[in-house]
Design a protein around this ligand. Structure first.
Ligand SMILES: [Zn+2]
Ligand SMILES: [Zn+2]
Length: 132
């Protein structure tokens, strides 16, 4: 069981089972939405997540034709990224996990859009855009 939530504590969630994978995304939208050099995400199946508090605070922003980003309307914390082309997976911003999610990020995506002031110094696989 992985637990997590937003900055203000208004929204809390539980994830059953294990994360499918973790990765870092360097696309400009993830950089803007996180206010950071990249986004870090853990992937799950939709049925793995259950909100335990604050569903009334949850807001959504459609950031592109296929993508919806979920966040807490009180504190702004990001809570999910979903793409309608891949409805069987949800990407949870890893900074919202309480503790150790058990697995580790294994790759970077959208490295071609990387912030010019940030240097990737690990040995993880780098994809210029999305992996196939
Ligand atoms: Zn909040
Ligand atoms: Zn991204």
């Amino acid at each position: 069981m992985i637990e997590g939530g937003c900055l203000c504590g208004g929204v809390r969630y539980e994830i059953s089972g294990e994360l499918l994978e973790m990765c870092f995304c360097h696309c400009q939208m993830c950089r803007r939405v996180h206010g950071a050099p990249f986004g870090s995400y853990g992937a799950i199946r939709p049925e793995q997540r259950r909100y335990t508090r604050g569903e009334e605070l949850i807001a959504e922003y459609q950031s592109s034709k296929d993508a919806v980003r979920t966040f807490c309307s009180r504190c702004g914390s990001k809570l999910a990224f979903q793409n309608s082309q891949t409805p069987d997976e949800i990407w949870i911003p890893a900074g919202t996990f309480d503790g150790d999610p058990g697995i580790r990020p294994t790759y970077h995506i959208f490295v071609d859009s990387k912030a010019p002031w940030f240097e990737i110094t690990d040995d993880l696989k780098q994809h210029s855009e999305e992996p196939e």
